[in-house]
Design a protein around this ligand. Structure first.
Ligand code: A3P
Length: 314
């Protein structure tokens, strides 16, 4: 009923030619932020990525994969886990299981992209597109049916806005036309459910596919909203899930007022994620926001019961 009311208000707003309040993003400054999708300029795993093999190391197929979700905080999670001495991470997104042209290259090709590691270290790669790609769960299961998977999720409506914002900047960089958020999300007065960013936020639909191939206890869900506000407890849960000794400490994080996010302190260095992570979002019309939240509500409830955990998303 509440959702119907929101739709009616939305229709009236649009048909009366109401101008939606939007905060225009500052194009010039934002172009700067498009330089890289890689979060940090340098990290511990760089050392292990070298072409020359350090004695006693080898390249390992990942024992753990961060499968998504896109814009969930996957880069932050990977870089923060890289603090742990028993973890090494692949620097770039590999897209082995979701891109057929990579998958046909075979498992040795996949391994060759991993950093060198010692026997007691866990190799982690992250490709956020895995979570929403239909063919991926079966392919990962074929490789290793007992693998441990990490999935970081955030409020689905926030995720849509973040997804839109990333595409917005990418289009600016390549001099393509951009559209306002509301003009993409609402078509003819109704929610545009075909919008890819909305479909990616239907977590229950994607999770259902994963649970056909993996037990729930193989998939650890990181709360992306909590990771932003207070990273350590979320990382400690991951350490437990991976059976690693607790090595990530409060002193590994400091809040950077300018960035508005936590940054990392380790190996005597301080570093924040790349400026393309944690960008300003457009201010979205509240009726459109309500419409989105209505759309996700049932899907969220279904997701909570699938994973036996409530995330209290809007
Ligand atoms: P926004 O840029 O929309 O704020 P991903 O790495 O999966 O693309 O996710 C990007 C999101 O990670 C960012 O989305 C940001 O909200 C979130 N994030 C979480 N912790 C962060 C941190 N410490 N620094 C910067 N961004 C962080």
């Amino acid at each position: 009923m509440a959702c119907l009311l929101v739709s009616a208000i939305l229709f009236l707003t649009q048909s009366q030619g109401g101008v939606l309040e939007r905060r225009h993003l500052d194009n010039g400054a934002l172009l700067e932020t498009l330089k890289s999708e890689v979060g940090l300029l340098s990290n511990k795993s760089e050392h292990y990525s070298a072409q020359v093999r350090p004695p006693g190391t080898s390249r390992q197929i990942p024992q753990t994969i961060i499968i998504g979700v896109r814009k969930g905080g996957t880069r932050a999670l990977l870089e923060m886990l890289d603090i742990h001495p028993h973890i090494v991470v692949a620097a770039t997104e590999v897209h082995f299981f979701d891109w057929d042209e990579n998958y046909v290259k075979g498992i040795d090709w996949y391994r060759s992209l991993m950093p060198f590691s010692y026997e007691n270290q866990i190799t982690i790669e992250k490709t956020p597109g895995y979570f929403t790609s239909p063919q991926v769960p079966e392919r990962i299961h074929d490789m290793n049916s007992s693998i441990k998977l990490l999935l970081i999720l955030r409020d689905p409506t926030e995720r849509v806005i973040s997804d839109y914002t990333q595409v917005y900047y990418n289009r600016l960089e390549s001099h393509k036309p951009v559209q306002h958020f509301e003009d993409i999300v609402i078509k003819n007065g109704a929610l545009n459910a075909k919008y890819k960013a909305i479909q990616r936020s239907l977590y229950d639909i994607h999770m259902e596919r994963w649970l056909k191939h993996f037990n729930l206890n193989q998939i650890h869900i990181v709360d992306g909203n909590t990771l932003i506000k207070d990273p350590l407890p979320e990382l400690q849960k991951v350490e437990k899930f991976l059976n690693l000794p607790p090595r990530i400490l409060p002193s590994n994080f400091y809040f950077n007022q300018t960035k508005g996010f936590y940054c990392i302190r380790s190996d005597g260095r301080e570093r924040c994620l790349h400026e393309s992570k944690g960008r300003p979002h457009p201010v979205v019309n509240t009726t459109v926001l309500d419409q989105l939240r209505c759309h996700f509500r049932e899907h969220n409830e279904r997701f909570y019961s699938m994973v036996n955990h409530s995330f209290h998303w809007h």
